[in-house]
Design a protein around this ligand. Structure first.
Ligand code: KE4
Length: 427
């Protein structure tokens, strides 16, 4: 593969955009090399500025679940655009998508649209604090809920259990209200509740983690969090920005049969345009302005183009009764076949997979939390990443990210991917 154009474009971007990118993970810092500048995408493929094509396993970090530029979504956006781009007023379209979601996702009566997953998670935390009158939240190491200050926190030292900022610009005052626990460690969460009686507003969790690589809940982890929240008067927030409408239409609540008090969304709900959302039962959502006192707002919240893209995507998902089964089958095939190839090469690895989310850890042990994910062989991952990239297979550029399978990935794409992995050599 030649990357001259991407390389030149990156040099120029670097002069005008911090780090040359509008979101850090795109800069290839973790895997090294020049970030690839894409210019178009269709179905299972993306084409870069040098006219190289790639089978895409990121799909814009989740949104392109139907494959890129689905013809019916494209037509719907084009038609919607003729009626105007943004009104800053209520529109019927917002009620349409809200009704579709509320009627088909468990345990939610109302939903508020925003423009990103960060906004959804930030707002959900504020609502939980406003509803409970409590300040503290619990999050898990390795889980990412966007870049709001309350989430950019790393574990405090020892029993302190208080968080510390993990980004300049986050204040100690903010950090003290975020408590950290290990993913899959409900006992540690129980301990946090014991050390902070009556002070914890909510637990926020990725029901299937996708930001430390794909890590699954184990040993009734989610059920135990539900029980701890009930026992301590805290809210359970499922951050379904990744899992929402991907694991099932009802998301992780449906798949794991665990009720969340608030659910956040992003990615698939916008079909590739900027949409996030948060949802819950009336008792909680009625606290939101203008009905209640918890303030939250957004100029482009419910934007008609984004709503049309999201609604059309969700309607296409609803219409295809085999979609989830096919997505999951594709992921299962990749899991098993890649596993066979890596075993034949005596390359130690673990593949974690749930639904159409998966990731490969080059690690001899199982990976069930961030520490274990960090102990995987990331330099081996980086070699694997670049071998695939050079052969037209585009993986997430970090061993701490998740593959997102799209419905456009079929037998040809699977066969090509496996053919490339068979050629992978690592000494
Ligand atoms: P956004 O603000 O990026 O739309 O969503 C934040 C967010 C919240 N919750 C979960 C579970 C998420 O995965 C995300 C965003 N995911 C990353 C991928 N690791 C987005 C990619 C990026 O940061 O560019």
């Amino acid at each position: 593969m030649l990357y001259q154009r991407s390389s030149a474009l990156f040099d120029e971007a670097y002069q005008y955009i911090p780090g040359g990118v509008n979101s850090p993970v795109r800069a290839f810092k973790s895997v090294g090399g020049v970030p690839i500048f894409m210019k178009s995408a269709k179905g299972a493929y993306m084409t870069d500025a040098d006219d190289n094509t790639y089978i895409d396993y990121i799909n814009s970090w989740g949104p392109a679940i139907l494959g890129h530029t689905h013809p019916e979504v494209l037509e719907a956006i084009q038609k919607q655009a003729e009626s105007g781009f943004s009104f800053g007023t209520p529109t019927e379209l917002e009620t349409e998508i809200a009704k579709l979601i509320v009627k088909n996702v468990p345990n939610i009566d109302q939903i508020r649209m925003v423009s990103s997953g960060t906004e959804a998670c930030m707002s959900a935390i504020r609502l939980a604090r406003g509803f409970t009158g409590r300040d503290k939240i619990i999050k898990f190491e390795g889980c990412y809920h966007g870049h709001s200050d309350s989430f950019l926190i790393k574990a405090g030292s020892g029993a302190a259990t208080f968080g510390n900022p993990n980004s300049p610009g986050v204040t100690a005052g903010t950090a003290k209200d975020t408590l950290l626990a290990r993913y899959n460690d409900a006992e540690q969460v129980a301990d946090l509740f014991r050390h902070n009686p009556g002070e914890i507003a909510a637990i926020i969790v990725e029901p299937v983690a996708g930001n430390m690589g794909c890590v699954l809940p184990e040993n009734n982890f989610l059920q135990n969090l539900r029980k701890l929240c009930d026992e301590n008067g805290a809210l359970l927030i499922f951050d379904e920005v990744m899992t929402g409408f991907r694991l099932a239409f009802g998301g992780a609540q449906e798949v794991f049969n665990v009720k969340a008090d608030l659910v956040t969304y992003g990615k698939v709900i916008g079909g590739g345009l900027p949409v996030g959302a948060f949802a819950g039962r009336n008792e909680i959502m009625d606290h939101l302005a203008p009905k209640g006192g918890v303030y939250q707002a957004g100029t482009l919240s419910g934007n008609p183009l984004a709503m049309r893209a999201g609604l059309t995507t969700l309607e296409l998902i609803r219409k295809d009764e085999n979609l989830y089964q096919n997505l999951n089958k594709t992921a299962e095939t990749l899991d098993f076949e890649i596993g066979k190839i890596l075993n034949s090469k005596n390359i130690e690895h673990r593949i974690n997979r749930k639904g159409s989310m998966m990731s490969i850890f080059f690690h001899v042990n199982a990976v069930s939390n961030f520490e274990e994910a960090a102990n995987a062989n990331h330099s081996l991952f980086n070699n694997f990443f670049h071998h695939l990239l050079a052969n037209g297979i585009y993986l997430p550029p970090s061993g701490f990210e998740t593959w997102f399978i799209s419905a456009a990935i079929k037998e040809n794409e699977i066969d090509r991917t496996l053919e490339v992995i068979r050629k992978f050599e690592y000494s």
